[in-house]
Ligand binder design. Structure first.
Ligand code: SF4
Length: 218
């Protein structure tokens, strides 16, 4: 059984976003501070191993001071570490951010590249981060699979996979091209406030009747 027996992809993403907005998912607050591809790249690097609320507060503070790789590089590693505290591994991330800014200036004239191949060559940017930037900022049909996307796709019976890379491959096969760039945002928002990692709110979930709840303990 899969949720797709009852919902089209469009209906599914809409239902997820509607419920997540009603419940004020942190990702929407976070999104307000991210208006350029450079912001997106920096935010995605800051967000690893950090709560969304913390990343939202730090990006707001940082982006009031810094809006380009040049401005970021003008800050010392210590100043930057102070600005991004308390994100996880803030000292390591301060160093990585400076390396990222330098690479953007030296290899791409200060611009964020628009291809997966170039993005994953940047310091601190992996597969998921590259796909976030491509889908959120450039509207490319990329699918960023993080823990929310991987977990929820399996619970809903859309895929049956054990690794995020397998989930990404499967989703690419079955998600309509024009909806791929929207999938990450909808799944992340829904995963933050409804289909949470621990104790998902199945009793209040708009998908409950169509969801096989794979792996969810009663
Ligand atoms: S909250 Fe429960 S019913 Fe809703 S999608 Fe997650 S596992 Fe399915």
């Amino acid at each position: 059984m899969s949720v797709l027996n009852r919902f089209t992809w469009e209906e599914l993403l809409e239902a997820m976003e509607r419920e997540a907005r009603k419940r004020h998912a942190p990702v929407y607050e976070f999104k307000k501070h991210i208006t350029t591809p450079f912001h997106s790249l920096v935010a995605v690097l800051l967000s690893s191993r950090t709560k969304d609320e913390t990343t939202a507060a730090v990006t707001k503070r940082l982006f009031q001071r810094v809006s380009s790789p040049e401005e970021l590089l003008a800050l010392s590693e210590e100043e930057l570490a102070e600005l991004i505290y308390p994100v996880g591994f803030y000292r390591v991330k301060a160093r990585k951010l400076r390396e990222l800014a330098r690479a953007l200036i030296e290899r791409h004239a200060g611009e964020v590249p628009r291809t997966f191949r170039e993005l994953v060559k940047l310091p601190g940017i992996g597969r998921k981060s590259a796909n976030v930037v491509l889908s959120h900022m450039f509207n490319e049909p990329a699918i960023a699979v993080d823990t929310h996307v991987h977990r929820i796709s399996n619970r809903l019976g859309i895929v049956s996979t054990s690794k995020p890379e397998e989930t990404e491959r499967e989703l690419h096969r079955i998600v309509p091209e024009e909806l791929k760039s929207k999938l990450n945002r909808a799944f992340v928002a829904f995963g933050q406030v409804v289909c949470k990692p621990v104790r998902p709110l199945c009793d209040a979930c708009p998908l409950a009747e169509a969801c096989p709840k794979v792996g969810v303990k009663a």
